[in-house]
Every structure is written in C-alpha cells, then in structure tokens.
Write a protein that binds this ligand. Sequence first.
Ligand code: K1U
Ligand code: ZN
Length: 167
Amino acid sequence: MALLNILRYPDARLHKVAAPVTAFDDSLKQLVADLAATMYAAPGIGLAATQVDVHKQVIVLDVSERRDSLLVLINPEILDASGVSDIEEGCLSVPAIYETLERAERVKVRACDQNGNLFTLEAQGLLAVCIQHEMDHLKGKVFVESLSQLKQQRIRARLAKQLRKSA
Ligand code: K1U
Ligand code: ZN
C-alpha cells in the first residue's frame, strides 16, 4: 500500500478524461488500495484516480463518521438525479477552498466494484454530492471551474498566495 501524490489545481493533468476500466486484475486492486490509503491519510471523503495522475474511471469514497465504510466505484454512470443540494464542497486538489455548487440532492448510480461485479446505489446528501464531485474529476473537471470567472480569479490568487507562503 502506498500514499500517492495528489495533483494540485491548476495542474493541467487534472483536465485529462479518464478511460473506462477493462481489466479487473491485481494492478486495479493495488490502485484501489493505494487510493483508499491516500484518501484516509489526506484526510478526505473521496478521491478520484485522476487526482493521482491515473486516468482510469476509479473512485473511492467514505463519508462515514467512523471511516469504516469504503465505497469503490469503477466505471460509474448516473442513471437518475433529482432535487437540489446546498452542501458545501471541498477538494484535496484545491486546498482550503470551500464553495457550494448546484448539484442534485439524490443520485442513482450504476458502477462495478473492484472484482467487476455491477451494482446500483441510491445516494443522497453528502454522499450524492461527493459522487458527483468525483465523477466530474473523471471527466477532467475540477469543481471550482463551475464557478463564475470572478470567483475563479479570486481562488487562483488565493492559491498563488498559499504557494508563496509555503515556499
Ligand atoms: O475530491 C476530493 O478532492 C475529495 C473531497 C471530496 C468532497 C468533499 C466535500 C464535498 C464534495 C466532495 C474531500 O474529501 S475535501 C475534504 C473533506 O471534505 C473532509 C475531510 C475530512 C473530514 C471530512 C471532510
Ligand atoms: Zn476534488
């Protein structure tokens, strides 16, 4: 199990579109284990393979308080979405920035687990928002890119300031 490097916005590699997983082999299981370890260590409640520069449709999530309910979504598809959520989002690739986006409150998702078994899941609230956020990463989209140009400019300035402080 390894801790992986999380790409920081505005790294261009965050814009790559992830390919579907076709082989449910040992290297996929290793990627899932490494993604989960990296998410728990960060700490975060979700992580997409795109964020660690692996461009495959793999997501890990755990929104439980006890951090003992790992969910793995491979090749996820949204079958249905309803309602409007007002949950604030964060992102491990955009540290210390929290914003609310227009997201569905409930989603029905179809995905494979790490053994290739297809399942459907109905999620709501934080889990539903987190799934939508991570699926955007797989499409090469970072949540701040859905905000107004003015907000994006301010965020880029704050991130540049953070970088200067840490240098
Ligand atoms: O995609 C990511 O970078 C992970 C991100 C997921 C997310 C959080 C909130 C709404 C939508 C998507 C995070 O995990 S940010 C960190 C975070 O929210 C958190 C960390 C520790 C405990 C509780 C929350
Ligand atoms: Zn994110």
